[in-house]
Design a protein around this ligand. Structure first.
Ligand SMILES: [Zn+2]
Length: 146
């Protein structure tokens, strides 16, 4: 709907600090661009501002990732971020089925029956490894005779 001079429309008034009916004082010939408007409440003349209440927020595409708050960072989140870095590598790697009595080396990708695929982050001792899984880090026994 074209807004021409004299048209009354909702706009935001900085003086009233609210939306109010404004009279259009300036508009281009096609009514697409509105210049100054006059507030119906306080008669202040000012540049047109979109009404706040009626303004619809720009529709965001569903693929937009929600903004993560750093303050509410949970251990799970740290793990998942960690995981995101190695995810592609782990997916492409050849996986060794995890069994307790087998030794594993740092950087090896294993496949755990419960936790799924995981990357060996560190060898903590002769019989202990730290593995990064999708769920987070887990310490596993390895190389132990069952
Ligand atoms: Zn006003």
């Amino acid at each position: 709907m074209p807004s021409t001079v004299g048209t009354k429309m909702q706009a935001y008034c900085a003086k009233c600090k609210a939306d109010a009916e404004h009279t259009v004082l300036e508009a281009d010939d096609k009514g697409k661009k509105i210049g100054n408007v006059r507030c119906g409440k306080c008669n202040d003349e000012h540049a047109f501002r979109r009404p706040k209440a009626g303004a619809k927020p720009k529709s965001k595409s569903k693929s937009d990732k929600p903004v993560r708050s750093r303050r509410t960072k949970s251990p799970e989140l740290i793990a998942s971020e960690e995981w995101a870095e190695v995810d592609a590598m782990v997916a492409a790697a050849q996986k060794t089925p995890y069994v307790m009595d087998k030794p594993f080396d740092k950087g090896q990708v294993l496949d755990h029956s419960v936790f799924g695929p995981g990357l060996v982050l560190a060898v903590l001792g002769p019989r202990k490894i730290e593995v990064l899984f999708r769920l987070g880090r887990r310490k596993l026994v390895c190389g132990a005779a069952s």
